[in-house]
Design a protein around this ligand. Sequence first.
Ligand SMILES: [Zn+2]
Length: 271
Amino acid sequence: MASYFSAVETDDLLALIFVLFLIACVRLEFRRPFLRPGLKMLKKSYASNIFTYLFNDITLSLLSIPSLYFIAQQFSGYGLLSSLEDGPLKYLITFLMLDLTMYVWHYTTHHIDALWVFHKVHHSDKTLNVTTGLRFHIGELFMEVLVRVAFIGIWGVAPDVILVSQTLITLFVLFHHTNVTFPGEKYLAKILIVPQLHRVHHSVLRVEHDSNYGAVFSFWDRFFGTLNTQEPTAIGLNGVDERYLETLYKTVLSMGVVKQVREFLTVNKQA
Ligand SMILES: [Zn+2]
C-alpha cells in the first residue's frame, strides 16, 4: 500500500514539474521569440496541440498503457545492467542509453514509410512553438511505450527510473521546440539539442528535416553524421493536412457509420 501511494506521489510530482516547465517555456517564447508567426496561426496551433496532448494522455491512461512498464519489470532481471547496484552511475547510464534509443527511434520514424505516416503528424504543425512538442499521433506514442518496454527488459532497469528519465527527456523536448533565442545558445548546442538546432528538423524540405534527431544530447547527431546547423527554409509539411484530431475523429466516426451500415445490411439479409 505504501509503495502504491509513493508511486502516485511521484506521478503527481512529475506531472507538476511538467506543467510548470511548460508554462515557463510559454512565457519565454512570448518574451524572446525567434520566429514571428501570425497570432491567429499561433492560437490555432496552441489549441490543436494541447487538445491532441489531452486526448492522447487520457486515452492511453484509460487503456492502462503506462502499466506495461510495470509488466516489463518481470523481465528486467536478465538485463545488461541488472547486476549493477541502483545508484547515480546506473541512473546516468540509463539516461544516456535511453536518449540514444530515442535518437535511433526518431531516425527510424523518418526512414521507414509505415512509421513516417504517424510521425508526420508531429511535423505537420505550420508553426514551431513549445506546444509542438506535445503534438504526436497516438499510434506513435503507443509504439514509443513498446520501445521503452523493450528497453526495460534489455537493460534491466526499474520502471520508475524509466519514468523519471523519460520525464526529463520530455522536458528537453519541450525546451527544444520552444520558439526562443538566447545568448550562448550556440555554445550550448555543442552538447545539447537547443531550439536553434531543432528548428531545421521542422523544415518543409526533406533534405533539411532529415537531420538533428536528438532529444537531449547533440553528440549523437554529431557522431552519426546527422547534425545540421542551418536555419529551415520554412516550417511545416507541404501537402499534409495539419488538422490531425479532426481527421482522426472523422475517420473513427466514418468507421462507426460503416460498421453500423454493415450490421444493418447483415441483419436485413438474415431477416
Ligand atoms: Zn522528426
